[in-house]
Design a protein around this ligand. Structure first.
Ligand SMILES: Nc1ncnc2c1ncn2[C@@H]1O[C@H](COP(=O)(O)OP(=O)(O)OP(=O)(O)O)[C@@H](O)[C@H]1O
Length: 351
């Protein structure tokens, strides 16, 4: 649906050239919700604005539905942009127009008659749950309601893609949740491809199918949200995930760990479970089979989209041989194991 190839954007400002996007290539498929996450200044806004060419890339190609956006004339570009709606952090509504007037505005620009405009806008208000606010002005709306107007307006020209520029950053957590649920609903009902940028991992976790992590204008990691969450490769992705998944080794324990086995010491490891494996009594099975004690340091079970996902940080104590056999047993199960390190038994109170 959307293909970025070797995308580059250099800004020339007072302080010299800034490489905001540095050789980014990625593919977004039809019907998916694709999240782009990065810290402040990573290049997220520039990247999303390059997709509809609100920013013209310095180099690289932007293909949307097979059409090379960078090769279009201004007139062709205006036409192509109709297939890409956009919503913004600060909503960008027209304060002098009613809710209905705002939603119908793109249709007015397109020269569609008043009756036709209303015919198209009214069902969109229903879709976003604002039928009763049709005749009020933006100043009378809450932030969440304003964003609903923004969404309805973006859908007015029946786009194939919805670009969301930090669409929930100005909203409180509960309103954020309801707007994200609405985006998911629209994605399913209309089969709309959604691209969103955010600096918050919980947004990605809530609705995205795939994620791209960017830093310093570069793509550092991309993949299915489930894969990136359960097995992040880059330090940046690991940092973002820490904010929503608590499976960190406590600092007091981390200070005592060594990579190599310690004779007569305990093994600290992380187990990650997905799907059906979350229902398996892994720890009970471990204790039954081996002469080891298991101390659970931390643990949680969560859902990523509809798939259960859990992590357990555990410490095994026992004879060295029993610990190694238990480790081999765990590594053979349908779960992900990660040896965090070894700790001398007397050095640590637990176990
Ligand atoms: N018009 C501009 N002129 C010069 N430099 C710019 C311009 N717009 C952005 N930049 C620079 O490009 C880099 C990326 O900016 P961008 O706004 O895309 O990042 P971002 O990830 O969206 O950040 P934030 O989350 O803070 O909005 C930054 O270093 C920024 O200062």
């Amino acid at each position: 649906m959307i293909m970025l190839t070797g995308l580059q954007k250099i800004y020339h400002g007072g302080t010299g050239a800034v490489k905001a996007i540095d050789n980014v290539s990625l593919e977004i498929e039809q019907g998916e919700i694709f999240g782009i996450i990065g810290k402040s200044g990573a290049g997220k806004s520039t990247l999303i604005r390059c997709i509809n060419l609100l920013e013209r890339p310095t180099a690289g190609r932007v293909l949307v539905d097979g059409q090379d956006m960078t090769s279009l004339s201004e007139v062709e570009l205006r036409e192509a942009r109709k297939s890409m709606g956009m919503i913004f952090q600060h909503f960008n509504l027209l304060s002098s127009r009613t809710v209905l007037g705002n939603v119908a505005f793109p249709l007015e620009i397109a020269g569609i008659s008043r009756t036709e405009r209303e015919k198209k806008a009214v069902p969109l208000l229903e879709l976003v749950g604002l039928t009763d606010k049709k005749d009020v002005y933006p100043a009378q709306l809450s932030g969440g309601q304003k964003q609903r107007v923004g969404i309805a307006r973006a859908l007015a020209s029946q786009p194939k893609v919805l670009l969301c520029d930090e669409a929930t950053s100005a909203l409180d957590p509960q309103t954020t949740e309801s707007i994200l649920a609405l985006l998911k609903d629209i994605n399913i009902k209309l089969g709309l491809t959604i691209v969103l940028i955010t600096h918050e991992m919980h947004v990605i976790k809530a609705i995205c199918d795939k994620v791209a992590v960017i830093e310093g204008g570069q793509l550092v990691e991309t993949g299915k949200v489930f894969d990136v969450f359960t097995n992040p490769q880059s330090a940046t992705a690991q940092d973002f995930i820490k904010a929503v998944v608590n499976n960190k080794v406590p600092d007091t324990l981390a200070a005592l760990l060594s990579d190599a086995p310690v004779a007569g010491g305990n093994l600290v490891m992380r187990l990650s479970f997905f799907g059906d494996a979350t229902n398996e009594p892994v720890i009970a099975g471990l204790i039954r089979r081996f002469a080891v004690d298991v101390n659970i340091i931390s643990g949680n079970i969560d859902h990523l989209q509809d798939t259960p996902y859990g992590t357990l940080l555990i410490e095994l104590s026992g004879k060295d041989e029993d610990i190694q056999n238990a480790l081999i047993y765990l590594q053979d199960l349908d779960l992900r194991t990660e040896v965090i390190g070894y700790v001398a038994r007397h050095a640590h109170a637990a176990g």
